[in-house]
Design a protein around this ligand. Structure first.
Ligand code: NAI
Length: 254
């Protein structure tokens, strides 16, 4: 599927790898000027440089979404560079350390929440301030299948991803009459460097088991999430707000 984002500006957090990288590329290929933001500033700049080399408009921004001041600066730099902000994909996220609730640490809870939940909140806060002034915009937040079901030893991650859906619905309500839409995507098992990290951490067998449990019998590709994000961000989804779309090969419908 292809959409036109010519004369549009898109911001993607966690844009240096995996799902964010595929989405930044998809926005650029659809004609958008793209701000690629990532805590790995060097990688974000390298992604942007490759996009520019390929004939697109892009900038790379170093931003830790857990730091509210850095998030404000990221949105300001995007708008200062390209003049507007039409689409934002709040995608940056991390895994929790596997542990039952009884054994998990408060430090890991705070670490995961600061990126996966407060990070989405602060990105929306500054994106929405600009979109309100602009009178238009579309935000897509990255939740997860973990935003819809529980997960043993993954409570911190699943709690944050459930929270993302609450933030999405509430911000959608607040902005529905302002020509600003807010939706979420819930990826299933998508093969990215995050999955590689899980294999490296000894969770390869668990991942294989999950893949076997996917009704489509395979893991997804980052580009399949990018397609959903672009659709939600496009005028083709002009009457869609406050929704979450599972892109998971049928995993959570069982
Ligand atoms: P990834 O690890 O390949 O990419 C994540 C990117 O986010 C990296 O470039 C990383 O540097 C960046 N990042 C991490 N912490 C950050 C921070 N504090 N500030 C800014 N950037 C930060 O991961 P992947 O798989 O592409 O995940 C992207 C999103 O999709 C995450 O929110 C994840 O929870 C979600 N997701 C992934 C699934 C999967 O199977 N891969 C399944 C469901 C959800």
């Amino acid at each position: 599927m292809s959409f036109s984002f010519v004369n549009h500006v898109a911001l993607v957090t966690g844009g240096a790898s995996g799902i964010g990288l595929a989405t930044a590329r998809a926005f650029a290929q659809a004609g958008a000027s793209v701000a690629v933001a990532d805590v790995n500033a060097q990688a974000a700049r390298a992604v942007a440089a490759a996009l520019v080399e390929a004939g697109h408009q892009a900038i790379g921004i170093g931003c830790d979404v857990a730091d509210v001041d850095q998030v404000e600066a990221m949105v300001n730099e995007t708008v200062a560079t390209f003049g507007r902000l039409d689409a934002a994909f709040n995608n940056a996220g991390i895994q929790n350390l596997l542990a039952e609730v009884a054994d998990a640490t408060a430090e890991d809870y705070d670490r995961v929440m600061s990126v996966n939940l407060r990070g989405v909140w602060s990105c929306m806060k500054f994106e929405l301030q600009h979109m309100r002034r602009q009178g238009s915009g579309a935000i897509v937040n990255c939740s997860s299948l973990g935003g819809l079901v529980g997960g043993a030893e993954r409570a911190n991650y699943h709690a944050a991803k459930h929270g993302v859906l609450g933030l999405t619905k509430s911000a959608a309500l607040e902005n529905a009459a302002r020509n600003i839409r807010v939706n979420a995507v819930c990826p299933g098992l998508i093969w990215t460097p995050m999955a590689d990290q899980m294999v490296a951490a000894g969770q390869g067998e668990a991942l294989e088991g999950m893949t076997r449990a996917v009704p489509m019998g395979r893991h997804g590709k980052p580009e399949e999430i990018a397609d959903a994000v672009l659709w939600l961000s496009s005028t083709c989804a002009s009457y869609v707000t406050g929704q979450s779309i599972s892109v998971d090969g049928g995993f959570v419908m069982r």
